[in-house]
Design a protein around this ligand. Sequence first.
Ligand code: EPU
Length: 417
Amino acid sequence: MPKIRIEGGHPLSGIIPISGAKNSVVALIPAAILCDETVTISNVPEITDVDDLENILIHLNAQIKRTKERVEINASNIINKEITETLSKKLRASYYFMGAMLGKFNKVDMYFPGGCSIGARPINLHLKGFELLGAKITEEGSHFIIEAEKLKGNKIYLDFPSVGATINIMLAAVKAKGKTVIENAAAEPEIVNVATFLNNMGAKIKGAGTNTITISGVRYLHSCFHEVIPDRIEAGTYLIMGALIGENLKIDNIIPNHLEALIAKLKETGVEMEIGLDNIVIKETNKYKATDIKTLVYPGFPTDLQQIMATFLTQCHGKSIIEETIYENRFQSLLELQKMGANVKIRKDNRKATINGKTKLHGTDVNSTDLRGGASLLVAGLIASGTTTIDNISYILRGYDNIVEKLQKVGAKIEII
Ligand code: EPU
């Protein structure tokens, strides 16, 4: 199994270009099957989650042409058949085929999705939405058959503004008869990107980016060209690296507005940044003070940056408290960070952790526990003394486009071994 090896202490300077957003593209690709003409998606990141979705499309007989940063999908000949357990479990986002297949064929036959083990991650809200649209769900273990004679618009209130449930309901409702209203919908930028894609194909979706989304069903979706928004979590990861070991590092091709919570928190600790229209340059600073963070739905502090921020907080002076409100099990990487010398205490209920800084980190062998946990260790490895070797890197490659190459270009001593 390949590992990532990092020799710490080498400053990063130059420009890091940010790729398309993982959590957007993983919904756009399944959404494309709702259309019977060719759709083109650009700014597609090279990540293994995209490869896994492509394999599902191939399994369903869709035609795909993938070139660098671009994918063309024609789903006019796709077959309504079971998405096998192996394919379903490869990634979390396979669940978007539930909404997309339901929207296209009124039926989907697949399994519970995979993904990082950061909590229970049920899909009850997705299923509740499908039921309210008229679908019947047959569930046996992890196998689901969801079918409807006819999908009909309805009012759907989400008990929690789930990103996955909001997008999945949009996908199922786009061609349903009549009007669907999602109340307490998630408002993440990725939702807006998916709604824009569907609207570009002729869908009638209003309110994406707010907590009430209205979808008026249409009969036909047509060909379109669509660009994936920049990945705000990838950008945030590199911003944190820049604050820790950058020399005027520029994070390019981003939407700074999408990063407001992180920018505010970094400023609180003393990080100085020059914020441009589509880039941020992190100024050289050396002394940061502790701060507290609490993860929340957008525009709150993103859970996907919590673990990476934890690495940053080990370098801030004083006591920082992290509160994780979205997932029940997203502190596993902190135990790996401890092996590198971090002073971390996790409360018994796994919801709060305290970090006392500043501590020197030293390289050692660590395990990537999940995608963002792996990234947090990679950041730690860049600033640690000596060599850090990270195992289980397939998690990291799921969601970071060419991370090793991007870092090598700005001066990091990092390689896959
Ligand atoms: N939840 C339910 N029932 C549901 C759906 C969600 O109880 O039916 C709970 C979850 O258990 C969790 C919370 O609601 O506690 C949030 O889940 P949400 O549905 O919003 O998340 P998701 O769709 O599973 C996506 C991203 C995650 C990201 C979250 C929150 C994808 C494929 N995944 O997950 O990304 O953390 O939204 O922003 O888009 C990552 O990139 O590292 C990652 C985990």
